[in-house]
Design a protein around this ligand. Structure first.
Ligand code: HEC
Ligand code: HEC
Length: 340
């Protein structure tokens, strides 16, 4: 009787720690490749190594792996439980243990371009911010433009990231991502002076107006399929940047014709090299923070899975040093069940 009681008492404990130690390799693979983490930008698509060390086939223990994620010893940012849980860490360990070790480390996602300014070199190579954000930090520059950022804002976003990011999404009225995917950086490892070099360079090439284009699913009607596009400046009133001289483009899939459009300043259909095809074009003088414009495009037939409607909004002011104009992609319209 006493041993039974003892066993009953111990059982949940034993079960709990076993679950924490032995992860599920398939779940680990799904997590690694999915939208909830971005570790692969630094560690490689299959953990083969890139800017960060290789993880595949290294046979790190759960304790070693967890320590590296919660209290990184170098330049990697730290991740808290809500960003990646202990049991998910065990899943990743199981996944990487199921893979063979990489013969040689993979290449970086983005190399430092020839003659890169100092701040860009720091972002790409010294710290690695740009391994996730891309070589010219488009996302942070747009968010900085949306709030009229100063260095104080930038610091908070980096040194207190997991804590402050949800409030930032709320402030801009943005749908939060699956999770907060960037880790939190340590002041002692990434000193303020180093961060300042990145900030100054990002400001020098120019903060961006935060323009977003949202395309709804096609709706079938008597004269064709109608797509509704909303172009919005999500910046804060009185603080965010306005965009000027905008061009709104929506791809007209091969074989489809424009039956009808709504929205001011429609310029007709022309060829677009970047979007690789015919596009319907509208022009707009200015879009200030919190302003939005709605456009509709009615096509003679529905886009199919392979040539679905998508597009881009481009603007020339504020001018950025990275090219003649700035742009925001318009993601493909979700396929309406009726047209699939
Ligand atoms: C900015 C690039 C970057 C990102 C993003 C990143 N890491 Fe790392 N990781 C590194 C670097 C660099 C190291 C080497 C130690 C250091 O500098 O902190 C490292 C070390 C590790 C280690 C220890 C490896 C060893 O050899 O002992 C593990 C485990 C690890 N990272 C897992 C993760 C996981 C899981 C994530 C996502 C939740 C992640 N990393 C995100 C760059 C990154
Ligand atoms: C693991 C990839 C990754 C790395 C490395 C990374 N970021 Fe981020 N960062 C993100 C993502 C994703 C977001 C959006 C919020 C989120 O999910 O965390 C973000 C958000 C931000 C924001 C808030 C505004 C915005 O763009 O949403 C700033 C500012 C920022 N990052 C700057 C930096 C800087 C500076 C570094 C290097 C010190 C850095 N990031 C490193 C992925 C990364």
């Amino acid at each position: 009787m006493r041993t039974l009681l003892f066993a009953l008492l111990l059982f949940p404990l034993a079960l709990g720690s076993a679950a924490a130690q032995t992860g599920n390799a398939q779940a680990g693979k799904t997590l690694w490749e999915g939208p909830a983490t971005q570790c692969r930008n630094c560690h490689g698509q299959n953990g083969e190594g890139a800017f960060g060390p290789d993880l595949a086939g290294r046979r790190l223990t759960v304790a070693q792996f967890r320590h590296a994620v919660r209290q990184p010893w170098g330049i990697m940012p730290a991740y808290i439980e809500s960003q990646i849980s202990d049991s998910e860490i065990a899943d990743l360990v199981a996944y990487f243990s199921s893979l063979p070790a990489a013969e040689k480390p993979g290449s970086w996602r983005f190399e430092v371009p020839q003659g890169a300014p100092r701040g860009q070199e720091v972002a790409l190579a010294t710290i690695g911010c740009a391994q996730c954000h891309g070589p010219i930090l488009n996302g942070p520059r747009a968010n900085a433009g949306a709030v009229g950022a100063d260095f104080r804002w930038f610091q908070t976003m980096v040194y207190e990231h997991a804590k402050v990011m949800p409030a930032h999404w709320k402030l801009l009225g943005e749908q939060p991502a699956v999770r907060v995917r960037m880790g939190t950086y340590s002041r002692s490892r990434i000193p303020e002076a180093t961060l300042m070099e990145i900030f100054n360079w990002a400001k020098d090439i120019g903060f961006r107006a935060d323009i977003q284009g949202r395309l709804g699913a096609g709706v079938g009607g008597a004269d064709g399929v109608t797509y509704t596009l909303t172009v919005e400046n999500i910046g804060l009133q009185g603080r965010g940047l306005a965009a000027e001289d905008l061009t709104v483009n929506l791809v007209v899939p091969a074989g489809a014709n424009v039956v009808k459009t709504t929205g001011a300043n429609y310029k007709g259909v022309s060829q677009d090299a970047e979007l690789k095809g015919n596009v319907a074009v509208w022009q707009l003088n200015r879009l200030a923070p919190k302003e939005k414009q709605t456009y509709t495009l009615t096509l003679s037939r529905a886009g199919t899975a392979s040539d679905n409607v998508r597009g881009a909004v481009r603007w020339t002011k504020p001018a950025v040093k990275t090219g003649p104009s700035d742009a925001a992609n318009i993601a493909p319209a979700p396929l309406a069940p009726a047209t699939q």
